[in-house]
Design a binder for this molecule. Structure first.
Ligand SMILES: O=C(CO)[C@H](O)[C@H](O)COP(=O)(O)O
Length: 379
C-alpha cells in the first residue's frame, strides 16, 4: 500500500482549457482506485491532486511493485520501487577485531638500540653496531610487538616462548623494558639459534624447550603469511620445527607481523611456497611426492650467499620450499597440511593451522606506526 507524499503537479502550455467539472463535495480518495475528473485529450492541463490523507499506522511496505490506483484517462500511472537492499550476513562470530590504536609514535625513541648488537655494556656484549633508525614498516612492527607484550606478558610468567624473525626483535626489546620483578623469574624459551642469541644479548634467562616441565605461559612469534582465520605460513627463516614445538606447548600463542603479511588465503602473498623441514636423505622422494600433490616447483632451499649448498636447519635437516596454488578455503588448508604430514621423510611443515597450532591472537603493524589486533575464538 502506498504512502502518499506531496501531491504531483502537472502543467502544460496552450489555449486555456474549459473549466474542469467541480468534483462532488464528498469525493474521497480511497486506496482502491481514484478517478480524477480531468480530460487529457485537451492540450492544456493544470492539475493538482488533493493532499493525501494521513497514512494508517503500521502500513506495511511491499517492496516489489506498487501501482498507484489513479486513472488518468485510462493511462495508469505506475511506480516501481527498487527491491530492498540485500541483507549483509553477520560476520563469523569467532573472528574478532579487538583493537586499533592511533596515532603513530614519532619521538626520539624511534632510534632504538638493537639488542643483538647492544650499545650498553650492561645489556650484554659491547656494541658492534650503532643505533638503528626505524623505517615506517619497522615502526608498525614495533608498535604491534609492544602491544602484544603489554597485553600478554602477564605479571611474572614462568616460561615465555620467543620465536624467530625480525619482528621478534621488537618483542624482546619490549620485554627488556619491563621491571626486574616481572622478568627475573621468567625463563625464555628460544625457537632456534637466532632467538637464543637475541635473548642472551638482551640479558634474559634462556631455558631450552626440553627443560620446560609443563606449559609455556605465552609464546610470541612472527609469521610469513596469516589468513583470516589466523592460519599461518611460517618457516621463512628455517626455524619452523622448533617454532611449532614451542607453539604447541604454549597456553597462548601470539603472532606479531607487519600488515603486509595479512592475506585472505595462504600462499597469496607468500609465493615462495610452504617451507618444509625434510630429512636430507629423503629429499628426492619428498620432492616427487610434493609434485604429485600439485606443487609447481618444489626446491631445496639454498644456503647462499652465507653457505654454499643447501640451507641446513638447527636440527641438521634441509628446508624444501613447495609452492602450491593459494589455499582459498579452510578445507584446502586442512587437506594440504595433512597430506604434507603424511609424506615419509617430512619432519614438519610450515602451515600452522587448527590441527596443530595456530595463534589465538595476531598483532599487525601498519606503516603509520599503528597496529591492529585480530583474535580467533575456538570453533
Ligand atoms: O617463521 C619464521 C622463521 O622461521 C619467522 O617468524 C617468519 O619468517 C617471519 O619473519 P619476519 O618477522 O622477519 O618477517
Amino acid at each position: 500500500m502506498a504512502r502518499f507524499g506531496r501531491a504531483p503537479h502537472y502543467a502544460a502550455t496552450g489555449p486555456a482549457p474549459p473549466p474542469a467539472p467541480t468534483p462532488p463535495a464528498q469525493q474521497h480518495y480511497c486506496p482502491g482506485e481514484m478517478r480524477l475528473p480531468v480530460n487529457l485529450r485537451r492540450n492544456s492541463l493544470s492539475l493538482t491532486l488533493p493532499p493525501a490523507p494521513p497514512a494508517p499506522a503500521q502500513q506495511p511496505y511491499r517492496p516489489s511493485e506498487m501501482r498507484l490506483p489513479i486513472n488518468l484517462s485510462r493511462n495508469p500511472l505506475s511506480l516501481t520501487l527498487p527491491p530492498p537492499l540485500p541483507r549483509v550476513p553477520p560476520a563469523p562470530r569467532q573472528f574478532h577485531s579487538f583493537h586499533i590504536i592511533n596515532p603513530p609514535r614519532r619521538s626520539p625513541s624511534d632510534h632504538l638500540p638493537n639488542p643483538l648488537f647492544p650499545t650498553s655494556p650492561q645489556r650484554g656484549r659491547p656494541g658492534a653496531r650503532e643505533i638503528t633508525s626505524l623505517s615506517s614498516v619497522e615502526a608498525g612492527k614495533r608498535a604491534a610487538a609492544y602491544a602484544a607484550v603489554d597485553a600478554h606478558f602477564g605479571n611474572a610468567p614462568g616460561h615465555v616462548g620467543i620465536g624467530s624473525g625480525s619482528t621478534v626483535f621488537h618483542v624482546v626489546d619490549r620485554i627488556r623494558q619491563l621491571s626486574a620483578e616481572r622478568i627475573s623469574n621468567t625463563g625464555f624459551v628460544p625457537t632456534g639459534h637466532q632467538s637464543r642469541e637475541l635473548l642472551r644479548n638482551a640479558g634474559l634467562r634462556v631455558v631450552q624447550l626440553e627443560d620446560v616441565p609443563g606449559r609455556i605461559n605465552v609464546a610470541f612469534d612472527g609469521a610469513d603469511e596469516v589468513d583470516g582465520r589466523l592460519n599461518c605460513v611460517k618457516g621463512g627463516g628455517g626455524c619452523l620445527l622448533l617454532e611449532k614445538l614451542v607453539a604447541i606447548r604454549s597456553e597462548v600463542f601470539v603472532v606479531v607481523a607487519d600488515r603486509a603479511k595479512q592475506s585472505r588465503a595462504l600462499l597469496t602473498s607468500y609465493r615462495r611456497g610452504i617451507p618444509i623441514e625434510v630429512i636430507p636423505s629423503a629429499t628426492p622422494y619428498v620432492l616427487s611426492e610434493l609434485r604429485s600433490l600439485g606443487s609447481t616447483d618444489p626446491r631445496v632451499r639454498d644456503g647462499a650467499p652465507a653457505k654454499l649448498g643447501p640451507c641446513i636447519t638447527d636440527n641438521g635437516n634441509f628446508i624444501v620450499d613447495a609452492p602450491f596454488p593459494p589455499l582459498a578455503t579452510s578445507g584446502a588448508v586442512v587437506e594440504l597440511a595433512e597430506s604434507l604430514k603424511g609424506i615419509v621423510g617430512v619432519v614438519e611443515h610450515g602451515i600452522f593451522w587448527r590441527g596443530d597450532r595456530r595463534p589465538e591472537r595476531a598483532f599487525f603493524g601498519g606503516v603509520e606506526g599503528d597496529w591492529e589486533g585480530v583474535e580467533v575464538r575456538p570453533e
